[in-house]
Design a protein around this ligand. Structure first.
Ligand code: PM9
Length: 470
């Protein structure tokens, strides 16, 4: 081997590098804007990145939801859409894929995740029942509350600490859960709502040990256990990487074992499944399935399309098979880790350990002089956009909304700005540009003030609220 000047990251670390298991066949040009254009755009958007036009965005890290690049196989599958109103062949392909990789018996397709959340909440919750879960998710909790449920957070304490290095910060605290069963009576608990790689905690996984123990606890009290499987493939990858005994087990095998401890799942296919639209609900109990299959025709569409075109179900069926490939998931999470490592090396305060789908910047430590009621994470997202046209989003006090009983702002311990990485869309060079922009904004942090909310919608306010700089 001849001498060469530059060392790859792998060489420096004394190992062989991995690379994405695909090559690029089609590209979409990105538009760069001037600072003056961005100042105008963010003012027009009321300092809410959800209200920006995507044409004014350079690198779009708003969400990993529906923003994946589909493969040539998936696009080919779109041409095989069977758009019959009933009994589309693509529904059966989707059903086979969910049964093969998630292991549940009965499938109800929905247009996206919240369609499935709506149905499971309506079918599974009676007014006044408790719904314990591993940290809230915005749409999930709202559907549970609208069905009359009372969400109760039973995640381990470490999840609320952005600096705790616990490898499974998504775990449920079994003692907190058992205390709730005893205090309220298991008949007053609708079901346990367990999410893989907990979004609001920073994309933090649940261990196999935890889900096994949960199954046992739920059985002892006769309570059902349902899974938000939205990013469960990423969760399975973390089990492979971090949990004893799973190091050489394929991600697909881990995924199916994990699901086998639960009674059913709901899914936003827009994440793990590498599609732009789609979701589902799958359960093992025939009677519940009958109820869900009946409800779906009221809110989504017939039980063999659930609000989706046949082509969308085909793309999702193919995406499921691609998503569980070890090479795919290693590259997907690897890209998030790459960005996380840059920011860690530059001592930018982010949630640690870095999760599966996004980098979460800790706005409390980024802007310690801005009180939470002045929306520091919202302001950080605006500043990042102003600096470079990169779009991120708030995951703090705005996302948490108001307590339905008191009407007061909820004050989550985590006040975060999320940079969410779409799957198979951006390159490592884009990640470098993102890290450099965050660093620039960090250098300017002392000159930044907070925001005032000037318009607040009733539901899921983070999507449409408007702000003004103080
Ligand atoms: N998550 C996200 O960006 C999109 C909406 S909020 C900006 O993270 C989980 C864990 C999710 C999720 C959506 C849904 C709802 C359920 N569970 O967006 O309705 O992260 O497909 O799924 C978003 P849908």
């Amino acid at each position: 081997m001849g001498e060469h000047k530059f060392k790859t990251m792998g060489e420096q670390a004394g190992r062989r590098s991995w690379a994405e298991p695909w090559k690029i066949k089609m590209v979409e040009p990105l538009r760069m804007t001037t600072r003056a254009e961005r100042e105008h755009a963010i003012r027009e958007a009321g300092y809410n990145t959800f209200l920006l036009r995507s044409a004014d965005v350079y690198i779009d890290l708003l969400t990993d939801s529906g923003t994946s690049a589909m493969s040539d196989r998936q696009w080919a599958g779109m041409m095989l859409g069977d758009e019959a109103y009933a009994g589309s062949v693509n529904f059966y392909h989707l059903e086979e894929a969910v049964q093969a990789f998630y292991g549940y018996k009965y499938l109800v397709p929905t247009h996206q995740g919240r369609g499935a959340e709506h149905l499971i909440s309506q079918a599974g919750i009676k007014k006044g029942q408790y719904v314990p879960g591993n940290m809230y998710f915005t749409t999930t909790r709202l559907h549970q509350e609208m069905a009359g449920g009372i969400f109760t957070d039973v995640i381990i304490d470490e999840a609320h600490d952005p600096q705790s290095l616990h490898p499974f910060k998504g775990n449920i605290d079994l003692q907190k859960l058992e205390d709730l069963f005893r205090a309220k009576g298991p008949e007053n608990v609708a079901y346990v709502s367990l999410a893989g790689t907990v979004n609001m905690a920073g994309g933090q996984p649940v261990s196999m040990e935890n889900v096994k123990a949960l199954r046992e606890l739920c059985d002892r009290y006769g309570v059902k256990l349902y899974l938000d499987a939205t990013r469960m493939v990423e969760n399975a990858y973390f089990i492979q990487q971090r949990e004893d005994g799973y190091g050489s087990t394929p991600v697909a095998t881990i995924l199916k074992e994990f699901c086998s401890y639960t009674d059913g799942a709901w899914m936003s296919g827009k994440k793990d499944h590498l599609v732009n639209i789609g979701g589902w609900l799958a359960v093992n109990d025939w009677n519940l399935f009958e109820e869900l299959r009946n409800l779906v025709v009221v809110y989504e569409g017939l039980h063999t399309y659930g609000g989706l075109a046949g082509r969308d179900m085909e793309a999702m069926a193919i995406g499921i098979r691609e998503s569980v490939s070890d090479d795919h998931i290693r590259a997907r999470v690897g890209q998030v880790q790459y960005l996380g490592q840059l920011l860690t090396d530059w001592e930018i305060p982010i949630v640690q350990p870095v999760g599966g789908h996004a980098i979460f910047v800790d706005a409390r430590r980024f802007y310690p002089h801005i009180p939470q009621d002045e929306f520091p994470a919202q302001m950080l997202a605006a500043q990042l956009y102003l600096d470079s046209g990169i779009r991120s989003m708030e995951r703090g006090i705005v996302s948490a909304g108001r307590d339905p009983l008191t009407g007061e702002h909820r004050h989550p311990r985590l006040e975060l700005t999320r940079l969410t990485i779409p799957r198979r869309v951006y390159t490592e060079a884009h990640m470098d540009v993102v890290a450099e922009s965050i660093n620039e904004v960090y250098k300017e942090r002392k000159n930044t003030r907070g925001l005032k909310m000037i318009y607040e919608p009733h539901y899921l306010r983070f999507f449409q609220a408007r702000f003004e700089p103080l």
